[in-house]
Design a protein around this ligand. Structure first.
Ligand code: 6CS
Length: 300
Protein backbone atom coordinates (compact mmCIF):
# COMPACT_ATOMS: atom_id res chain seq x y z
CA UNK A 1 0.00 0.00 0.00
CA UNK A 2 1.24 3.44 -0.86
CA UNK A 3 2.04 4.88 2.58
CA UNK A 4 1.36 8.41 1.40
CA UNK A 5 -2.19 7.33 0.66
CA UNK A 6 -2.46 5.69 4.05
CA UNK A 7 -1.74 9.06 5.61
CA UNK A 8 -4.50 10.62 3.58
CA UNK A 9 -6.99 7.87 4.13
CA UNK A 10 -10.24 8.78 5.75
CA UNK A 11 -12.54 5.97 6.58
CA UNK A 12 -15.92 7.63 6.45
CA UNK A 13 -18.45 5.54 8.22
CA UNK A 14 -22.11 6.18 8.70
CA UNK A 15 -22.34 5.05 12.28
CA UNK A 16 -25.53 5.13 14.23
CA UNK A 17 -25.24 4.93 17.99
CA UNK A 18 -27.45 2.06 19.07
CA UNK A 19 -28.45 1.68 22.74
CA UNK A 20 -25.96 -1.11 23.27
CA UNK A 21 -23.08 0.21 21.25
CA UNK A 22 -22.21 1.08 17.68
CA UNK A 23 -24.18 -0.04 14.65
CA UNK A 24 -21.77 -0.05 11.75
CA UNK A 25 -23.94 0.92 8.82
CA UNK A 26 -21.27 0.91 6.18
CA UNK A 27 -17.68 1.78 5.48
CA UNK A 28 -16.05 3.37 2.52
CA UNK A 29 -12.79 5.12 2.13
CA UNK A 30 -12.51 8.53 0.61
CA UNK A 31 -9.11 7.88 -0.76
CA UNK A 32 -7.79 4.36 -0.88
CA UNK A 33 -8.41 0.85 0.37
CA UNK A 34 -8.61 0.56 4.12
CA UNK A 35 -7.13 -2.08 6.36
CA UNK A 36 -9.00 -5.43 6.19
CA UNK A 37 -11.50 -5.67 9.00
CA UNK A 38 -13.07 -2.30 8.51
CA UNK A 39 -10.32 0.24 8.53
CA UNK A 40 -9.91 1.48 12.04
CA UNK A 41 -10.94 -1.67 13.82
CA UNK A 42 -8.34 -2.53 16.40
CA UNK A 43 -6.99 -6.01 15.69
CA UNK A 44 -4.98 -6.17 18.86
CA UNK A 45 -5.81 -7.21 22.35
CA UNK A 46 -6.31 -5.04 25.42
CA UNK A 47 -3.55 -2.57 26.10
CA UNK A 48 -1.31 -3.28 23.12
CA UNK A 49 -2.29 -0.38 20.88
CA UNK A 50 1.22 1.10 21.06
CA UNK A 51 2.74 -2.11 19.69
CA UNK A 52 0.00 -2.30 17.04
CA UNK A 53 0.72 1.24 15.91
CA UNK A 54 4.46 0.61 15.75
CA UNK A 55 3.88 -2.58 13.77
CA UNK A 56 1.35 -1.28 11.23
CA UNK A 57 2.71 2.26 11.01
CA UNK A 58 -0.54 4.06 11.80
CA UNK A 59 -3.35 4.44 14.34
CA UNK A 60 -7.00 4.97 13.51
CA UNK A 61 -8.47 8.09 15.07
CA UNK A 62 -12.03 9.07 15.88
CA UNK A 63 -12.70 12.58 14.59
CA UNK A 64 -15.63 14.87 13.89
CA UNK A 65 -15.39 17.34 11.04
CA UNK A 66 -15.65 20.62 12.86
CA UNK A 67 -12.93 23.10 11.98
CA UNK A 68 -10.68 24.24 13.50
CA UNK A 69 -10.62 21.20 15.83
CA UNK A 70 -10.96 18.61 13.06
CA UNK A 71 -11.28 18.95 9.31
CA UNK A 72 -11.77 16.41 6.56
CA UNK A 73 -10.83 17.79 3.15
CA UNK A 74 -12.39 16.84 -0.18
CA UNK A 75 -9.34 14.71 -0.97
CA UNK A 76 -9.89 12.69 2.21
CA UNK A 77 -7.02 14.24 4.13
CA UNK A 78 -7.52 14.63 7.87
CA UNK A 79 -6.48 17.86 9.52
CA UNK A 80 -7.43 20.32 12.23
CA UNK A 81 -5.58 21.26 15.39
CA UNK A 82 -6.11 17.97 17.19
CA UNK A 83 -5.30 15.49 14.39
CA UNK A 84 -2.33 17.61 13.28
CA UNK A 85 -0.84 17.55 16.80
CA UNK A 86 -1.60 13.83 17.16
CA UNK A 87 0.06 13.02 13.82
CA UNK A 88 3.15 15.10 14.66
CA UNK A 89 3.59 13.55 18.12
CA UNK A 90 3.02 9.98 16.89
CA UNK A 91 5.63 10.59 14.19
CA UNK A 92 8.22 11.29 16.91
CA UNK A 93 7.23 7.90 18.35
CA UNK A 94 7.81 6.11 15.03
CA UNK A 95 4.10 5.88 14.10
CA UNK A 96 4.02 7.83 10.86
CA UNK A 97 0.35 7.95 9.89
CA UNK A 98 -3.16 8.40 11.22
CA UNK A 99 -6.35 7.08 9.62
CA UNK A 100 -9.43 9.18 10.37
CA UNK A 101 -12.87 7.78 11.13
CA UNK A 102 -15.58 10.47 11.14
CA UNK A 103 -18.17 9.96 13.84
CA UNK A 104 -20.52 12.02 16.03
CA UNK A 105 -19.15 13.22 19.38
CA UNK A 106 -21.63 11.03 21.26
CA UNK A 107 -20.22 7.91 19.53
CA UNK A 108 -16.53 8.68 20.06
CA UNK A 109 -16.06 7.09 23.49
CA UNK A 110 -18.32 4.05 22.84
CA UNK A 111 -16.49 3.53 19.55
CA UNK A 112 -13.07 3.79 21.17
CA UNK A 113 -14.03 1.28 23.84
CA UNK A 114 -15.55 -1.00 21.17
CA UNK A 115 -12.17 -0.95 19.36
CA UNK A 116 -13.61 0.84 16.32
CA UNK A 117 -10.68 3.26 16.50
CA UNK A 118 -7.50 3.44 18.51
CA UNK A 119 -7.59 7.02 19.77
CA UNK A 120 -9.84 10.11 19.74
CA UNK A 121 -8.39 13.44 18.61
CA UNK A 122 -11.41 15.65 18.01
CA UNK A 123 -11.51 18.35 20.65
CA UNK A 124 -13.56 16.02 22.86
CA UNK A 125 -13.49 18.28 25.89
CA UNK A 126 -12.49 16.86 29.23
CA UNK A 127 -15.06 16.51 31.99
CA UNK A 128 -15.64 14.12 34.88
CA UNK A 129 -17.79 11.52 33.10
CA UNK A 130 -15.52 11.35 30.07
CA UNK A 131 -12.37 11.16 32.19
CA UNK A 132 -13.92 8.16 33.95
CA UNK A 133 -14.45 6.41 30.62
CA UNK A 134 -11.18 7.12 28.78
CA UNK A 135 -7.58 8.10 29.51
CA UNK A 136 -6.83 11.61 28.26
CA UNK A 137 -3.37 12.81 27.38
CA UNK A 138 -2.25 16.13 28.77
CA UNK A 139 -4.23 18.91 27.02
CA UNK A 140 -3.14 20.62 23.81
CA UNK A 141 -6.10 23.00 23.56
CA UNK A 142 -8.02 25.15 26.04
CA UNK A 143 -11.31 26.41 24.62
CA UNK A 144 -14.07 28.92 25.13
CA UNK A 145 -17.77 28.58 24.29
CA UNK A 146 -20.01 31.11 22.56
CA UNK A 147 -23.56 31.47 21.30
CA UNK A 148 -24.34 31.69 17.61
CA UNK A 149 -27.36 33.98 17.22
CA UNK A 150 -29.24 35.87 14.55
CA UNK A 151 -27.49 39.12 13.62
CA UNK A 152 -27.80 41.67 16.40
CA UNK A 153 -28.47 38.93 18.98
CA UNK A 154 -32.12 40.03 19.26
CA UNK A 155 -32.73 38.09 22.51
CA UNK A 156 -29.54 39.43 24.08
CA UNK A 157 -28.31 35.94 25.04
CA UNK A 158 -24.78 36.22 26.37
CA UNK A 159 -24.50 33.93 29.39
CA UNK A 160 -25.77 30.58 30.62
CA UNK A 161 -27.56 32.55 33.35
CA UNK A 162 -29.49 34.43 30.63
CA UNK A 163 -30.83 31.05 29.46
CA UNK A 164 -31.68 29.92 33.00
CA UNK A 165 -33.54 33.16 33.71
CA UNK A 166 -35.59 33.09 30.49
CA UNK A 167 -37.52 29.81 30.24
CA UNK A 168 -38.74 30.71 26.75
CA UNK A 169 -35.17 30.79 25.38
CA UNK A 170 -34.35 27.71 23.31
CA UNK A 171 -30.72 26.69 22.81
CA UNK A 172 -29.45 24.33 20.11
CA UNK A 173 -26.71 21.92 21.22
CA UNK A 174 -25.08 18.87 19.65
CA UNK A 175 -26.57 15.61 20.93
CA UNK A 176 -24.15 14.16 23.48
CA UNK A 177 -21.84 17.13 23.13
CA UNK A 178 -20.05 19.02 25.87
CA UNK A 179 -22.53 21.91 25.50
CA UNK A 180 -25.53 19.68 26.17
CA UNK A 181 -23.74 18.83 29.42
CA UNK A 182 -23.30 22.53 30.24
CA UNK A 183 -27.08 23.03 30.00
CA UNK A 184 -27.76 19.91 32.08
CA UNK A 185 -25.30 21.00 34.77
CA UNK A 186 -27.03 24.40 34.84
CA UNK A 187 -30.31 22.47 35.33
CA UNK A 188 -31.83 24.04 32.22
CA UNK A 189 -34.98 22.03 31.36
CA UNK A 190 -34.85 19.68 28.39
CA UNK A 191 -37.68 21.72 26.87
CA UNK A 192 -35.25 24.58 26.37
CA UNK A 193 -32.75 22.37 24.55
CA UNK A 194 -32.92 21.79 20.80
CA UNK A 195 -30.76 18.73 20.09
CA UNK A 196 -29.04 18.75 16.68
CA UNK A 197 -26.79 16.21 15.00
CA UNK A 198 -24.10 18.49 13.66
CA UNK A 199 -22.92 22.09 13.46
CA UNK A 200 -24.73 22.80 10.21
CA UNK A 201 -28.03 21.69 11.76
CA UNK A 202 -27.35 23.92 14.76
CA UNK A 203 -26.97 26.96 12.56
CA UNK A 204 -30.13 26.05 10.68
CA UNK A 205 -32.06 25.74 13.94
CA UNK A 206 -31.20 29.38 14.64
CA UNK A 207 -31.86 30.73 11.16
CA UNK A 208 -35.17 28.82 11.03
CA UNK A 209 -36.14 30.25 14.46
CA UNK A 210 -36.36 26.82 16.07
CA UNK A 211 -33.70 27.97 18.50
CA UNK A 212 -32.69 31.38 19.80
CA UNK A 213 -28.99 30.50 19.92
CA UNK A 214 -26.56 27.68 19.10
CA UNK A 215 -24.09 26.83 21.89
CA UNK A 216 -20.75 25.69 20.45
CA UNK A 217 -17.03 26.44 20.89
CA UNK A 218 -16.20 30.00 19.91
CA UNK A 219 -13.73 29.04 17.16
CA UNK A 220 -16.10 26.46 15.68
CA UNK A 221 -18.83 29.08 15.36
CA UNK A 222 -16.38 31.54 13.83
CA UNK A 223 -15.35 28.92 11.30
CA UNK A 224 -19.00 28.28 10.40
CA UNK A 225 -19.64 32.02 9.98
CA UNK A 226 -16.74 32.26 7.53
CA UNK A 227 -18.79 29.96 5.26
CA UNK A 228 -22.21 31.35 6.10
CA UNK A 229 -22.56 34.79 7.73
CA UNK A 230 -26.25 34.23 8.55
CA UNK A 231 -25.44 34.10 12.26
CA UNK A 232 -23.17 36.08 14.51
CA UNK A 233 -20.94 34.89 17.34
CA UNK A 234 -21.08 36.27 20.87
CA UNK A 235 -18.00 36.95 22.94
CA UNK A 236 -16.82 33.91 24.92
CA UNK A 237 -19.44 33.01 27.53
CA UNK A 238 -18.18 34.11 30.94
CA UNK A 239 -20.14 31.56 32.99
CA UNK A 240 -19.44 28.54 30.76
CA UNK A 241 -16.90 26.12 32.28
CA UNK A 242 -13.34 26.44 31.00
CA UNK A 243 -12.24 23.22 29.40
CA UNK A 244 -9.82 21.75 26.98
CA UNK A 245 -8.90 18.62 25.10
CA UNK A 246 -6.11 16.30 24.12
CA UNK A 247 -5.90 12.79 22.73
CA UNK A 248 -8.12 10.20 24.41
CA UNK A 249 -7.05 6.56 24.74
CA UNK A 250 -8.60 3.42 26.12
CA UNK A 251 -8.00 3.10 29.88
CA UNK A 252 -6.03 -0.11 29.36
CA UNK A 253 -3.59 1.55 26.93
CA UNK A 254 -1.40 2.76 29.79
CA UNK A 255 1.85 2.14 27.86
CA UNK A 256 0.61 4.20 24.90
CA UNK A 257 -0.62 7.02 27.17
CA UNK A 258 2.70 7.17 29.03
CA UNK A 259 4.74 7.19 25.81
CA UNK A 260 2.41 9.73 24.20
CA UNK A 261 2.52 12.13 27.15
CA UNK A 262 6.32 11.92 27.20
CA UNK A 263 6.54 12.67 23.48
CA UNK A 264 3.86 15.39 23.74
CA UNK A 265 5.77 17.18 26.50
CA UNK A 266 8.82 17.34 24.22
CA UNK A 267 6.76 18.34 21.19
CA UNK A 268 5.17 21.23 23.09
CA UNK A 269 8.66 22.75 23.39
CA UNK A 270 9.09 22.87 19.60
CA UNK A 271 8.09 25.72 17.27
CA UNK A 272 5.96 23.19 15.30
CA UNK A 273 3.50 22.86 18.19
CA UNK A 274 2.89 26.62 18.28
CA UNK A 275 2.74 26.70 14.47
CA UNK A 276 0.00 24.05 14.33
CA UNK A 277 -2.16 25.68 16.99
CA UNK A 278 -1.67 29.18 15.62
CA UNK A 279 -2.49 27.98 12.09
CA UNK A 280 -5.89 26.82 13.39
CA UNK A 281 -6.55 30.02 15.38
CA UNK A 282 -5.64 28.77 18.86
CA UNK A 283 -3.30 30.59 21.25
CA UNK A 284 -0.62 28.00 22.11
CA UNK A 285 0.26 29.76 25.36
CA UNK A 286 -3.22 29.34 26.90
CA UNK A 287 -2.64 25.63 27.57
CA UNK A 288 0.69 26.22 29.38
CA UNK A 289 0.52 24.84 32.90
CA UNK A 290 -2.98 23.40 32.40
CA UNK A 291 -3.29 19.72 33.26
CA UNK A 292 -5.69 16.92 32.37
CA UNK A 293 -6.19 16.36 36.10
CA UNK A 294 -7.46 19.94 36.45
CA UNK A 295 -9.72 19.82 33.37
CA UNK A 296 -11.11 16.42 34.38
CA UNK A 297 -12.64 18.11 37.41
CA UNK A 298 -15.08 19.95 35.11
CA UNK A 299 -18.60 18.94 36.09
CA UNK A 300 -20.67 16.80 33.76
O1 6CS B 1 -16.33 17.97 23.38
C1 6CS B 1 -17.41 18.16 22.82
O2 6CS B 1 -18.40 17.43 22.97
C2 6CS B 1 -17.50 19.41 21.91
N1 6CS B 1 -16.24 19.61 21.28
C3 6CS B 1 -16.17 20.32 20.15
C4 6CS B 1 -14.83 20.60 19.54
N2 6CS B 1 -17.24 20.75 19.50
C5 6CS B 1 -18.61 20.53 19.97
C6 6CS B 1 -18.63 19.33 20.92
O3 6CS B 1 -19.89 19.29 21.61
Amino acid sequence: MNRIHVRRTVVLRTIGVAAAGLLLAGTFSACTTVEPGGGGASAGGAGDTLAKGEEQGYLSVGIANEPPYTEVNADGSVHGAEPDVLRAVLKTMGIDEIQGVVTPYEAMIPGLNANRWDVIAAGLFMKQSRCEAVAYSEPVIVSTESFGTLPGNPKGIETIADVSENPDFKIAVLTGGFEEGILKTAKIPDGQQVLVKDARSGMEAVTANRADAFLLPTLSLKSLVEQDPSIEVTAPIEDAPRTGSGAAFRKEDTELLKAYNKALAEFKKTPEFAEILTQWGFDPTVVEGVTAEELCKTEG
